[in-house]
Design a protein around this ligand. Structure first.
Ligand code: DC
Length: 201
């Protein structure tokens, strides 16, 4: 049986952690759709044309080094504004969303474009400062040299681009449940997300 949990929201709001935990709790498959755009963006940094990069994506590209780097994040946001890039990645995401046994997908347009029929839709947010601090700590932990101000500026630039684009902009689906994680620990955020799914699968 297909059952889709769509988890959208801006960068570093906690979507990834929440999605993985929900998938593990219910035994669903999980797809971090940002990785598709990051892998595409990474290839463009090597000189590949964006649409060719998206059309030529292979599973191994999703395991490439440095997909989490700030440069790749910005490249991902740039290629994500190109409608032909989004079109190239659409079928794979739709098929994943409706696979048998349940799926959690996190991204920017899962509840609005990829799977409007998703049984559960969450829109995860947090204040800019909270998100930037989380991302700053994560990047520091991975050994990237950066500052809080730089991370905050990068995140705001990416959110502005992701929200303003005409192709599948970042926005909550009409019926999405809003989950503001600014003042929540990860355990509470995960519990709140699980509560939205419990009893509906
Ligand atoms: O979730 P993330 O930070 O890894 O995503 C990287 C970029 O990819 C993000 O800035 C916008 C783009 N993206 C998108 O446009 N649509 C998605 N469903 C997922 C990511």
């Amino acid at each position: 049986m297909a059952f889709t949990v769509a988890i959208d929201g801006p960068a570093a709001a906690g979507k990834g952690t929440i999605s993985r935990a929900v998938a593990t709790h219910f035994g669903f498959a999980h797809l971090d759709t940002g990785l598709l755009y990051r892998a595409t963006g990474r290839k463009t940094l090597d000189g590949t044309e964006p649409v060719a990069a998206a059309l030529g994506l292979e599973a191994s590209d999703l395991e490439a080094d440095n997909l989490r780097s700030p440069d790749v994040a910005q490249a991902a946001s740039r290629v994500a504004a190109i409608p032909e890039v989004r079109a190239a990645l659409l079928d794979f995401q739709r098929a994943f969303a409706r696979r048998d046994g349940g799926a959690v997908l996190d991204g920017r347009d899962i509840g609005t474009v990829i799977c409007p029929e998703a049984e559960v839709k969450l829109f995860v947010t947090a204040t800019d400062d909270v998100r930037a601090m989380r991302r700053f700590r994560e990047l520091e932990g991975k050994g990237f040299e950066t500052s809080f101000d730089e991370v905050l500026a990068d995140l705001r630039a990416r959110d502005a681009r992701d929200s303003a684009r005409s192709a599948a902009p970042l926005k909550p689906a009409d019926e999405a449940v809003l989950l503001d994680t600014s003042e929540m620990g990860i355990d509470d955020a995960v519990a709140a997300a699980i509560a939205q799914v419990t009893g509906r699968f």
